[in-house]
Design a binder for this molecule. Structure first.
Ligand SMILES: Nc1ncnc2c1ncn2[C@@H]1O[C@H](COP(=O)(O)OP(=O)(O)OP(=O)(O)O)[C@@H](O)[C@H]1O
Ligand SMILES: [Mg+2]
Length: 388
C-alpha cells in the first residue's frame, strides 16, 4: 500500500510530442483512482511512467514519500494489468498466476497456497490446469488479475483492462474489479477512455485532455460541478446541451436570454461580471422536464417537440427552442469526440418513457444549469433554478 504523487510530471517524447504536461495528482493510499480522457490524451503514457516503463522528462513522481523517477520497474513493486492480458500461452492458468512468485524464488508450498487463495477469490478453480486459449475473455482477464494480485504489490496499474470484453461482461467485470480492489485495499491507478467505466469504478476520477489534467474529483463532483466545458461534455450520456446565451439585468435580478426566450436566474454573484455579455449555458438532458410534471420545477422554456427516441425506462426528447440558438459545443469541447447531431437551437431532454408528449410547442422546466466562459470554457457558476 502506498500513495502516489505526481508533482508537475511531464513527458515529452523524443519526437517532441508533449504527451503529458505538468501533471499534479495525489493518489491516496488505498484509493481507486481512474484516469479518463479521449484517445491520445496521455493516459497510457502517465501510467507507464508510474510503472517505470517510460522515462519521466519533467517533475517528480513520488511513491510512499520517495522520489521514484529513476527507480527500476522491478524495484517499484507495482503490478500492471494490460488490455491484452499478456498471458503466457504455453503455461497453464496455475503456472500463469504462479509466475511472478516463481521469479521471486518463493518456495513451492507457499506458491501453491497463494495460488489457491487467489484462484478461489477469482472463481478460477475449475480452470486451473487449462491453457489460456481455452478460456473466455472474462476468464482470461481474471487470470491477468490473479497474476497481479498474487504479488501483493504496493499498487495496481491497469490500462483499459476491460476493453477486449463484450459489453455485458465488461459491466460484470467492472464490479468484480471494484470489489476486489476494495477487499484488498491496494492503491489502484486505472486508465480508461470510457466515461461510464470511470464513473462507476473510481473513488475519484482524473479527467485528462491533450496531456493536460482538467479536473480531479469524486464521480458526483465531476458530474455536478464540471470545472469546464470539456469535462461537462465528456461525462454524461447523452451529452450536456450547450447553448449560446446572454445575461441581462432586470429590476431586481438577472435574466438569461436564450434566443428569444428569457428566464430569471436569481442572484448569483459569480454571474454579475457577465451581464450584457455572451455566455455559454449548459443544461444536462436529465435536468429538463415537462413543466406539467410534478418534478417540473425551475426555469421555464418554450420548445417545440421534434421527435422522441424511446430507450425504456426513459425517452430522449429532441426539442427545438425555436430561435437561432447556436449549439456552442465545438469539437474542442466535445468530450468523447462523437459529432453532435444537434442542429441550431435543438436540445435533448431525458424523461420517463411513459410520458406522452403532445406535438407542437410546450413548456419545459429546467432544474439546473451551468454557465461557462465562451473564450476558454471555464465554469463560471452552476445554478439551481428549482429551489424557489
Ligand atoms: N513512443 C512515442 N513516441 C512519440 N509519441 C508518442 C509515443 N507514445 C505515445 N505518443 C503520443 O503521445 C500522446 C499520448 O499517447 P498515449 O498513448 O499516452 O494516449 P492514451 O490517452 O493512452 O490514448 P488511447 O486512449 O488511444 O490509448 C499521443 O499523441 C501519442 O501519439
Ligand atoms: Mg492508452
Amino acid at each position: 500500500m502506498v500513495q502516489i504523487n505526481f508533482k508537475d510530471v511531464a513527458k515529452r517524447y523524443a519526437d517532441g510530442t508533449d504527451a503529458v504536461r505538468s501533471l499534479n495528482i495525489d493518489v491516496r493510499d488505498g484509493e481507486f483512482l481512474v484516469m479518463v480522457g479521449p484517445s491520445g490524451c496521455g493516459k497510457t503514457t502517465a501510467l507507464r511512467m508510474v510503472a517505470g516503463l517510460e522515462s519521466i522528462t519533467g517533475g517528480e513522481l513520488v511513491a510512499g514519500n520517495r522520489v521514484i523517477n529513476n527507480l527500476a520497474p522491478r524495484d517499484r513493486n507495482f503490478a500492471m494489468v494490460f488490455q491484452n492480458y499478456a498471458l503466457y500461452p504455453h503455461m497453464t492458468i496455475f503456472e500463469n498466476i504462479a509466475f511472478p512468485l516463481e521469479c521471486e524464488g518463493v518456495a513451492k508450498a507457499e506458491i501453491k497456497k497463494r495460488v489457491e487463495h487467489v484462484v478461489g477469490m477469482l472463481d478460477l478453480e475449475p480452470h486451473l490446469y487449462r491453457k489460456p486459449k481455452s478460456l473466455s475473455g472474462g476468464q482470461r482477464q481474471r487470470v491477468a488479475m490473479g497474476r497481479a494480485v498474487i504479488r501483493r504489490p504496493h499498487a495496481f496499474l491497469m490500462d483499459e483492462p476491460l476493453s477486449n470484453l463484450d459489453a455485458k461482461l465488461r459491466v460484470q467485470m467492472r464490479s468484480e474489479i471494484t470489489q476486489l480492489q476494495h477487499d484488498l485495499g491496494t492503491t489502484t491507478l486505472y486508465v480508461t477512455h470510457d466515461q461510464v467505466e470511470a464513473m462507476t469504478m473510481g473513488d475519484r476520477i482524473a479527467v485528462m485532455n491533450k496531456g493536460v489534467l482538467q479536473q480531479v474529483g469524486t464521480p458526483l463532483e465531476i458530474y455536478e460541478r464540471p470545472l469546464n466545458m470539456f469535462v461537462a461534455a465528456f461525462v454524461g450520456s447523452p451529452s450536456i446541451n450547450l447553448l449560446s446565451a446572454r445575461l441581462e439585468r432586470t429590476g431586481d435580478g438577472v435574466i438569461c436570454v436564450v434566443g428569444e426566450q428569457r428566464f430569471g436566474i436569481g442572484a448569483t454573484p459569480e454571474l454579475e461580471a457577465w451581464i450584457d455579455r455572451g455566455i455559454v449555458f449548459g443544461v444536462r438532458p436529465e435536468d429538463v422536464s415537462l413543466r406539467s410534471d410534478a418534478a417540473g420545477k425551475g426555469a421555464t422554456l418554450k420548445a417545440e417537440f421534434v421527435l422522441s427516441e424511446m430507450v425504456p425506462p426513459e425517452q430522449l426528447v429532441h426539442l427545438d427552442l425555436g430561435a437561432d440558438v447556436v449549439v456552442a459545443a465545438t469539437e474542442e469541447f466535445d468530450g468523447d469526440g462523437t459529432p453532435r447531431n444537434l442542429q441550431n437551437g435543438k436540445i435533448i431532454a431525458r424523461i420517463p418513457s411513459e410520458y406522452a408528449i403532445s406535438p407542437g410547442t410546450g413548456e419545459w422546466a429546467i432544474r439546473k444549469g451551468h454557465f461557462f466562459d465562451p473564450a476558454n470554457g471555464a465554469l463560471i457558476a452552476s445554478v439551481r433554478f428549482d429551489l424557489n
